[in-house]
Design a protein. Structure first.
Length: 280
């Protein structure tokens, strides 16, 4: 494994590989003496904020910027291959997400829609890329951080258009609801629109990436253990089958990586649309 992601400890003698939730722990790039000695009470700030997973997110940011600069450089009327790829992705996000969901206001939010899809997709694909082998959003802090940005965006968009009081009223008092039901409806709407949305948005992304990566670990490490540590021949055969099935799991995870990036982007657009819509 590479320095950026080491999902299990090396085998020692006949000991099985160590894997599980500990495989998802971040490691500091510049560990302090406290971290090296297991002194969690005196960790340096670099142990927490300068880690392998933070580096992944930074690399993803650089790749997003570099990709869109590259495909948009020296654009021509008749596009070449790189321009075609960029235009295809841009048109897909503009037409099927931003314009169809946001309507005539879509141009204001299109840069964020393109950026968020690109960023989530690259971080998800890190789970299949051999230099990383770890999807960044299988760390829930990253998923909730991105959900917080979406929360700030759609609430900010609503407040900008309707004002604070007008926006809160539109998001908590649905049109046509009888006055007698408002004491029940208003708390539910507050819970749904301001609390549940960002939590479920982050959890959905995290849970899919976490579960998928954990399944990959089980198949790969379990197959490795059965093939090279376990003695009975039937176990070695089962280990070989598990390793073969791991490739199918990787293919499934590739689909999940793309799908979850798209779902996150679509939900972001829908939340913004609900905040600025003329009627609810």
């Amino acid at each position: 494994m590479t320095p950026l992601a080491t999902p299990f400890l090396p085998l020692e003698g006949n000991a099985p590989p160590t894997f599980g939730v500990g495989s998802f722990d971040s490691r500091p790039l510049f560990p302090s003496e406290a971290w090296l000695h297991g002194d969690t009470a005196h960790l340096a700030w670099t142990d927490i904020w300068v880690t392998n997973h933070i580096l992944q997110a930074v690399i993803a940011t650089i790749l997003v910027i570099a990709f869109w600069l590259w495909v948009s450089h020296k654009m021509k009327i008749v596009p070449g291959k790189k321009q075609f790829v960029g235009e295809y992705l841009y048109d897909m996000l503009r037409n099927t997400v931003a314009r169809d969901i946001l309507g005539h206001d879509y141009k204001t939010y299109l840069p964020y829609i393109v950026s968020i899809f690109s960023f989530v997709l690259i971080n998800n694909l890190f789970g299949q890329f051999f230099l990383f082998m770890f999807p960044t959003f299988s760390k829930i802090g990253f998923a909730w951080g991105l959900a917080l940005l979406t929360w700030l965006l759609y609430n900010g968009a609503g407040i900008k258009k309707w004002g604070v009081l007008g926006y809160v009223k539109r998001m908590t008092v649905p049109a046509g609801v009888p006055v007698a039901l408002l004491p029940l409806i208003i708390p539910l709407e507050i819970l749904s629109n301001f609390i549940v949305r960002p939590i479920t948005l982050g959890l959905r992304l995290f849970a899919n990436l976490f579960a998928g990566h954990l399944v990959v670990l089980v198949f790969v490490l379990g197959g490795t253990y059965l093939m090279f540590v376990s003695e009975p021949i039937i176990n070695k055969v089962a280990g070989g089958a598990a390793m073969i099935l791991a490739f199918a799991i990787f293919a499934l995870e590739l689909l999940v990586a793309v799908l979850q990036a798209y779902i996150f982007t679509v939900l972001t657009a829908q939340y913004v649309s609900s905040a600025i819509a003329e009627e609810h």
